[in-house]
Design a binder for this molecule. Structure first.
Ligand SMILES: C[S@@+](CC[C@H](N)C(=O)[O-])C[C@H]1O[C@@H](n2cnc3c(N)ncnc32)[C@H](O)[C@@H]1O
Length: 238
């Protein structure tokens, strides 16, 4: 376990303490993950650099782009990409073994409409994503940071919600899901405070579990144990 916060300096030498939404845990790569990373990264990996991406160049087409933050091992992302070949998918995850696992699954499924990045999604948003270029942003089961004193580490905060909105096309959708009720309430609070978003629920604050969000082992286990899951969708209105 290493940094939770990272100290950075501004150009004039001031110290900024950056609060991050993750703790970097450099778990070991399995042989399969290592092989998938070395073989598939050249075609499916996007390196972090401070240059704006051009989706047409990345995918070679103009299909709608769905971007997922924190895809874990990538099982649901790969399934979504396989089920929707008419869309382009991009996944961002900081945990290298997860990226390796995702590339393994992608190869096995034969998907070609998926690209992955191994970096802090916040920095990718800040530096690499063109404005008004995404059709959907997905954030499924983000780290809940249960303790109150850790709530500031939750990735969903007002500046984050506004940054996501700016990268969405008008009419684009920000879809979140969590199994932690207190985080669901926090998400709603943040999204209601962010201008130019509209809650898409027909009835109440939450949408029914969408069929196109694959049921992961983790969620299946939660269902068996009677845990709740809250799906939240907001659309960009202006
Ligand atoms: C609780 S896991 C959920 C994984 C997956 N979405 C799922 O539903 O199984 C949260 C994931 O988000 C990743 N994560 C947290 N903050 C991130 C960030 N700023 N950028 C990219 N990935 C992040 C973590 O490494 C972790 O894999």
């Amino acid at each position: 376990m290493t940094e939770v916060t990272k100290t950075e300096l501004t150009e004039d030498g001031k110290v900024i303490r950056k609060v991050r939404s993750f703790v970097r845990r450099e778990g070991r790569l399995t042989k399969g993950q290592e092989q998938a990373l070395s073989e598939s990264w050249p075609t499916m990996g996007i390196d972090f650099e401070a240059t704006e991406l051009d989706w047409q160049q990345v995918f070679g087409n103009d299909n709608p782009v769905v971007l997922e933050i924190g895809f874990g091992m990538g099982a649901s992302l790969v399934e979504m990409a396989k089920n929707a070949p008419e869309k382009n998918f991009v996944g961002i995850e900081v945990h290298t073994p997860g990226v390796g696992a995702c590339l393994m699954a992608a190869r096995e499924a034969g998907v070609t409409n998926l690209r992955v990045m191994c970096h802090d999604a916040v920095e990718v948003f800040e530096q690499m994503l063109p404005k008004e270029s995404l059709d959907t942003v997905q954030l499924f089961f983000p780290d809940p940071w249960h303790k109150k004193r850790h709530h500031k580490r939750r990735i969903v905060q007002l500046p984050f919600a506004e940054m996501v909105r700016d990268k969405l096309k008008v009419g684009g959708v920000f879809h979140m899901a969590t199994d932690w009720e207190n985080y669901a309430e926090h998400m709603i609070e943040v999204m209601e405070a962010a201008p130019h978003y509209q809650n898409m629920a027909q009835d109440g604050l939450y949408v029914p579990r969408p069929d196109d969000r694959p049921l992961t082992k983790f969620e299946q286990r939660g269902q068996r144990l009677g845990h709740g899951v809250w799906d939240i969708k907001y659309t960009r209105t202006a």
